[in-house]
Design a protein around this ligand. Structure first.
Ligand code: ATP
Ligand code: FE
Length: 356
């Protein structure tokens, strides 16, 4: 089976071709990603309207390039998978319209895919790990613990009640005048900093469950910065490094303690497959990744992280999630709608931020 995937839910326009023969390992034949970072750079964040227009402009090109890189034509495609949510609605609509046009024009089946399912199934695309597994999704827009039971079956154990960690890294960078995206620049700065200089809060650790919170951290950092500015007129290079290191330590601490809790809940019910998979841009952070690996080792759990290019937004994960759905007999038609919110776990209440 050969699927063409389309992704446009945030600020990456992507098209990809994924093929699977029977139960053999799936293969990524192409994965074209056009980023929009420079379009939004002047605004300090993704502007939904600009993103939607850029997707509409670039989708055709991305699809053509994905097919040519894969060395196939439309007649080789068995179905078109498209992100139908959650995400910035204008962008999702651009992708869904493009997929509907191709599906109707070429007479190829259409499969709507949940973007989060795309992220959550990526470890099966890259490493063929077995169900069930525990998934920690940590990106610019999401932070949640999911048990993946099957391609369409997820249980949400908890998630952020406000900001996602990537968002917190980006805001921290902005507060300290460091370049975007904030994650890599804060991490680089933190290397020469003292993680114990500022005692930033570790929210929700005193409460049971796997929910997390990151917005208080940003406020605490802002206060620490302003106190130093008021006291001595500005920040030294060392102050900035110490702020970054202390911030990063707090994020790592909260993530690992909650991961330990999620693992205990998960292992109680699924002792046969002790696996934690992480995805999302924040998983690229060496301190956070190292801390998560340690928690897994302590719990005798396997740790898997897909390569970074497949952790961040891309259409290969959408093609693969669509393939799983298509194989299970799912197909959509012209009534497929773009959804700004679409929780993976139908039983879990839709929360703000990470609950998207
Ligand atoms: P989604 O809609 O899936 O949340 P996104 O584009 O917002 O997508 P990703 O592409 O998965 O998220 O990741 C980008 C985020 O990861 C940014 O917020 C960025 O700051 C953060 N990030 C990237 N590298 C690092 C790093 N080394 N340390 C910490 N955070 C990082
Ligand atoms: Fe994403």
């Amino acid at each position: 089976l050969t699927l063409l995937g389309i992704e446009s839910s945030c600020d990456d326009t992507s098209a990809a071709v994924v093929r699977q023969s029977g139960e053999a390992a799936p293969k990524i034949l192409s994965n074209v990603v056009y980023g929009q970072t420079e379009l939004h750079a002047a605004f300090g964040g993704v502007v939904p309207e600009i993103a939607a227009r850029a997707h509409a402009e670039k989708l055709d090109l991305a699809v053509e390039e994905a097919l040519s890189k894969a060395g196939i034509g439309f007649s080789d495609v068995n179905a078109i998978a498209v992100t139908a949510g959650p995400g910035l609605i204008g962008g999702v609509i651009s992708g869904v319209m493009c997929a509907k046009g191709l599906s109707a024009g070429l007479g190829i089946p259409l499969v709507g895919v949940n973007h989060l399912a795309g992220h959550a199934l990526t470890p099966r695309l890259t490493d063929q790990i077995a169900f069930p597994y525990l998934m920690l999704l940590v990106s610019g827009g999401h932070c949640q613990f999911l048990i993946a039971h099957g391609p369409e079956e997820f249980t949400r154990l908890g998630g952020t009640i406000d900001d996602a960690p990537g968002e917190a890294f980006d805001k921290t960078a902005r507060l300290l005048g460091l370049p975007q995206p904030g994650g890599p620049s804060v991490e680089a700065e933190a290397k020469s900093g003292d993680p114990r200089r500022f005692a930033f809060p570790r929210p929700l650790l005193d409460r049971p469950g796997c929910d997390l919170s990151f917005s208080g951290l940003k406020t605490a950092l802002l206060r620490a910065r302003d106190a130093m500015v008021a006291e001595k007129g500005g920040l030294t290079r060392q102050d900035r490094a110490d702020l970054c290191a202390s911030f990063q330590a707090a994020v790592a601490d909260v993530l690992t303690k909650k991961t330990a809790r999620a693992l205990e809940t998960y292992l109680a019910e699924n002792p046969e497959t002790p696996t934690l998979a992480v995805a999302g841009g924040v998983a690229a952070n060496q301190t956070i990744r190292g801390a998560l690996e340690t928690v897994c080792a302590d719990h005798a759990v396997d740790f898997t992280a897909p390569p970074l290019a497949l952790c961040t937004d891309n259409a290969a994960m959408i093609a693969y999630a669509g393939l799983a759905r298509f194989k299970a007999g799912h197909q959509d038609d012209m009534s497929l709608v773009a959804r700004p919110r679409w929780p993976l776990d139908k039983k879990a209440p839709a929360l703000l931020g990470g609950g998207k």
